[in-house]
Design a protein around this ligand. Structure first.
Ligand code: ADP
Ligand code: MG
Length: 721
């Protein structure tokens, strides 16, 4: 193993730089060239068909067979002209990631390239190997993928890829996309209704998402020499390097050349696919980076995020790098999230979360702003559940991580506005106060307009001036799950709001007053979820407990929130998920949790017993020889003997813990109930043994000769490029 480590390090020093030129200095020349989007449809479909498709997309309607045939035919010609040979339905099963099954356009019997509307609309992949939470029993391995026309088809390699949803034979959803689409429809409906209180011209409201993706980049050889990274996506061992992120010099520092080449390369690929990648920079931890696209409609933005992760992994390979999306790949360093910047935008072009100077628009803004906070307060447990992944457990609620409390940060200015509204009602004006302008005292440089809000990087759900940022979503996660939950709870609250306002009006209140009355009530009721302080502090944990806010530390228990009466009713009411689908989803997540912990436990056991312990014993034997030699010479050998004892101590802990952990697993595997089994894996495997074993291994890393240590060390993984 030590050999593998040193071979990997040697490869690292011989890496050639891989440089890719921009296809054209103008990105606009090749942006979206691999997308069969609205423009391509307009160009290739008859005006009548194009209109039908556009209308169907906008109004969440079905596309008829004739139209589908026309779209399929146009897409086929477009793709084949660009060199495509196959097509695939591209979907997002509950395993995470994306799945595809390629079919050739070429029909050998007919001797021509074919692609019918029915093949565009529906396919039947062999679904037996995708998790279904018991909805689809494996013997009737039928499931369907169905075309999602709201997200454009794209050419990936030589394959025309068609975004689809994935459902069981009996119609239940088995993927991340379907519930999201339903939630987006629900929020459109509810938000439009509320908007019409202010502006009758508004016919639709679209939710938008700009997911900032954090990730780590590590050399391929070093990554591949760490079985834990390969199998579990995170390091289960590794002593913190002498220099971690305490210097805070990585953030916004210059990007290392190899990583820079990689970024430029994947950006080109992303642009060709119409993914509006815009920002790149270093993140807080060494070797951690971020990429952010321009925001888009939620469903498309999420598809683009999923696709971008795939593009990044493939392009990284060309650069002899590996990209890591895991929420907490390295202990002691910041984890990776996917900050979901979210807002609601009307078809008249108004961002409902952007304050303006017009009084009417501001009441509309305040309505959406306050209602959203109220929704988060009402359903904080569900939001927590919606971001639960095995990896996020290490990033939220764990030892060195921020707590898993869902709270909302709105900044001092908006706090003042809400306080005023709560106290006085009526006449609230949002003015650009003096504090919003910062004079720099340098004539050549214009005044900088300060953001309407402060920034708080410790809040899981922060208002950032014209959008909310749901920052607790995990780096490897599918945003669709969090977005489905968020848009559903907001839809629900907006509906309740509309009802409450009409009740007030029935009692005789004038419309504006009725609105203000309901908002004042919401502000009072949801105050506890608002927190402006340091979300990472111990004080907040105590304060949140006093406020009775949830702080569910692990995924297994967090998921319970999906199955409360309240949540089940919520999802059913808005047509997002049936009770059965909801239960199946939780079952799938619990199963995947169990598997993940199982894999990590095995990797840990294997590495500890077969790599670390033998290395420690070999080194100890050398020390024993040394101690005896010293003794023979009459030299004091006390420190050597002390080290030998320390090593023994750690070896003992490792052996007994790994053995006990194996026994626990055997016991837990016999438990029939999935939830109980998952709790077992969480409490009696992960919580009980992982840290103990890790601690002993990491201490050995400090004691044993560097030349002998089998695992690539943190400082090598993180600082060598
Ligand atoms: P930061 O939050 O780091 O200051 P920005 O404010 O520029 O950065 O935006 C971060 C992300 O938020 C980007 O992906 C951006 O496109 C997205 N974003 C900006 N406005 C909206 C909006 N109205 N709705 C959704 N996402 C948005
Ligand atoms: Mg941000």
């Amino acid at each position: 193993m030590a050999k593998l480590r040193f071979e990997a390090l040697k490869k690292l020093s011989q890496r050639p730089s891989v440089h890719t030129d921009l296809p054209s200095p103008n990105v606009s020349k090749f942006y979206g060239e691999n997308v069969f989007g609205s423009e391509q449809m307009r160009a290739t479909l008859s005006p009548a068909v194009f209109k039908k498709v556009s209308q169907a997309i906008k109004n969440h309607e079905k596309i008829d067979e004739v139209t589908a045939d026309a779209v399929a035919s146009a897409a086929k010609s477009w793709a084949i002209a660009k060199g495509a040979t196959h097509f695939t339905h591209w979907f997002q099963p509950m395993t995470g990631g994306t799945a595809e099954k390629h079919d050739s356009f070429f029909d050998a019997i007919a001797g021509i390239e074919k692609f019918k509307g029915s093949e565009l609309v529906q396919q039947e992949p062999d679904a037996s190997s995708f998790p279904s939470g018991g909805i689809r029993s494996t013997f009737e391995a039928r499931g369907y993928t169905a075309w999602d026309p709201t997200s454009p088809m794209f050419l990936y390699g030589k394959t025309l890829s068609i975004p689809t949803i994935f459902v069981s034979y009996t119609g239940e959803t088995l993927d991340a996309k379907a519930p999201l689409l339903k939630a987006l429809k629900a929020v459109d409906k509810a938000a439009t209704k509320v908007c019409q209180l202010f502006d009758k011209d508004i016919q639709h409201v679209v939710a938008s998402l700009g997911p900032e993706q954090e990730y780590f980049v590590v050399d391929k050889a070093l990554f591949d020499a760490r079985p834990d990274l390969v199998m579990a996506g995170r390091t289960v061992f590794g002593h913190a390097p002498a220099r971690g992120q305490q210097m805070e010099d990585h953030y916004f520092g210059s990007i290392p050349p190899r990583v820079y080449d990689f970024m430029k390369d994947f950006e080109i690929e992303a642009w060709k696919l119409g993914i509006p990648v815009r920002t790149r920079h270093n993140e807080v931890a060494p070797s951690q980076f971020e990429v952010a696209p321009l925001f888009e409609e939620v469903n498309v933005a999420n598809d683009h995020n999923q696709l971008m992760m795939d593009v990044m992994a493939r392009v990284a390979d060309r650069h002899n790098l590996r990209v890591i999306f895991h929420e907490k790949p390295f202990a002691g360093l910041n984890g990776s999230g996917k900050h979901n910047n979210w807002s609601l935008i009307t078809d008249t072009g108004v961002n409902l979360y952007a304050p303006t100077s017009s009084a009417r628009d501001n009441l509309m803004f305040l309505t959406f702003f306050v209602t959203t906070i109220k929704a988060v307060h009402e359903h904080a447990d569900l939001l927590r559940a919606s971001i639960a992944t095995p990896g996020n457990d290490f990033r939220l609620g764990a030892n060195e991580a921020p707590p898993a409390i869902v709270s909302v940060f709105i900044g001092s200015q908006m706090t003042a506005v809400l306080n005023e509204l709560e106290e006085k009602g009526g006449n609230v004006k949002i003015e650009k106060g003096d504090n919003m302008y910062m004079k720099l005292g340098i004539d050549q440089i214009p005044e900088i307009i300060l953001d309407a809000t402060d920034r708080n990087r410790t809040s899981p759900f922060a208002f950032t001036g014209n959008k909310f940022e749901f920052r607790a979503v995990g780096g490897s996660d599918n945003c669709g799950t969090a977005m489905a939950a968020l848009n559903t709870i907001v839809a629900d609250q907006l509906e309740e709001f509309a009802e409450a306002v009409s009740k007030e009006m029935e009692k005789g209140a004038e419309k504006r007053l009725a609105i203000v009355n309901v908002l004042r009530k919401y502000i009072k009721e949801s105050k506890d979820v608002r927190f402006e302080g340091d979300g990472y502090s111990e004080d907040w944990v105590k304060e949140a407990a006093k406020r009775k806010l949830g702080n569910v530390k692990n995924m297994v228990r967090a998921l319970d929130a999906y199955l409360t009466k309240k949540s089940v009713a919520l999802f059913e009411k808005h047509g997002v998920m049936s009770h059965k689908e909801n239960e199946a989803r939780v079952e799938i997540k619990l199963e995947s949790y169990i598997k993940r912990v199982q894999i990590e436990a095995r990797v840990m056991g294997d590495l500890a017993m077969n790599h670390i312990v033998p290395t420690a014993i070999a080194y100890q034997t050398k020390l024993i020889t040394n101690a005896n030699g010293l003794k023979g010479l009459g030299v004091d050998n006390a420190t050597v003997v002390q080290t030998i004892k320390e090593i023994s101590g750690h070896i003992d802990i490792i052996k007994t813990s790994v053995r006990a952990m194996v026994e626990e697993r055997k016991r837990i595997n016999k438990i029939a109930d999935t939830h109980e089994r998952a709790v077992g894996y969480c409490d009696d495997v992960k919580e009980k043994y992982f840290d103990v074993i890790r601690d002993a291994v990491d201490k050995l890393e400090l004691l044993i000769d560097n030349e002998d240590w089998p695992l690539v060390k943190y400082r090598e993984l993180l600082f060598l490029r």
